[in-house]
Design a protein around this ligand. Structure first.
Ligand code: IPE
Length: 259
């Protein structure tokens, strides 16, 4: 059975501007659409941190590594705690829709080296998929061989798994319609429906809110997956029906191609 890896962006399931704001309505329609998709595909879900992960990780400067253990180790605990809370809220909705989800807690199976995934114990995920379960992971803080601690984003995890497990599709669910020519809040920005990675260059700066590199890091990861022959899409997961549509290559999205 073909595999779909879906990254659910933290900004789609929480409000960036309000700490710990959970968008239950969005998660509910994702759950509903996943029940259809799971009939035909194996699925791995990976969610982001949104307003549960980023503000805390930022407050304790965790992306720089461990340089002030007394303070930062508390930040490590707190980030983990709030990511677990967000994960539970999501899982609760999925279980209501009878999806056989199971969380694989990130820092128990991943270690990093210089901020990149170094060890990843994926055997349980393979086994769970063979049972037709839906493994759920999330961006989180982990142990880093060099920096002490690091933040591994959901984008890193989903790309890693899509490549390793030879997924058919890697989907990035966002709170906007896809990748834009400029910041999507600018009036003259345009949606890029087909993004040719052979002629695309990444330009721009990151927002202060995001500790894992935001949209530019996502595009980098998406390019990596595309080079491995995976069909990669960016789409608006906050809009009902878009997830089902993108699976069938219908509606509004950005698709990556290799030229
Ligand atoms: C971030 O994960 C995790 C933490 C900040 C602890 P992501 O980078 O995948 O989160 P989003 O999707 O940008 O919110």
């Amino acid at each position: 059975m073909n595999l779909i890896v879906l990254k659910i962006g933290g900004s789609a399931i929480s409000n960036k501007n309000i700490p710990f704001s959970f968008r239950k309505d969005v998660v509910e329609h994702i759950a509903k659409e996943l029940t259809e998709i799971h009939k035909e595909y194996n699925i791995i879900l990976v969610h982001g941190g949104g307003s549960y992960g980023h503000p805390i990780a930022k407050a304790y400067d965790l992306s720089k590594g461990l340089y002030a253990p007394k303070k930062q180790l508390l930040g490590f605990s707190r980030t983990r705690y709030y990511m677990s809370k967000l994960n539970l809220l999501i899982i609760e909705e999925f279980i209501k829709y009878n999806l056989p989800v199971i969380t694989i807690q990130t820092s128990s199976v991943i270690t990093a080296k210089q901020g990149k995934i170094y060890n990843f114990y994926i055997e349980p995920i393979i086994k769970l998929l063979s049972l037709r379960m839906i493994p759920v992971m999330y961006g989180d803080v982990v142990i880093d061989e060099k920096k002490g601690i690091a933040i591994i984003s959901g984008d890193d995890i989903s790309t890693y798994l899509a490549i390793k497990l030879k997924a058919d599709k890697l989907l990035f669910g966002l709170d906007v319609d896809g990748i834009y020519s400029k910041d999507p809040s600018l009036e003259d920005s345009e949606l890029i429906e087909i993004l040719d990675i052979s002629s695309f260059t990444i330009k721009g700066t990151m927002t202060k809110y995001d500790v894992t590199g935001g949209i530019f890091h996502k595009i980098e990861k998406a390019i990596e997956a595309t080079k491995h022959g995976i069909n990669v899409y960016f789409f608006n997961i906050t809009k009902q029906g878009r997830l089902l549509d993108v699976i069938n290559e219908k509606g509004t999205f950005t698709k990556l191609i290799t030229g």
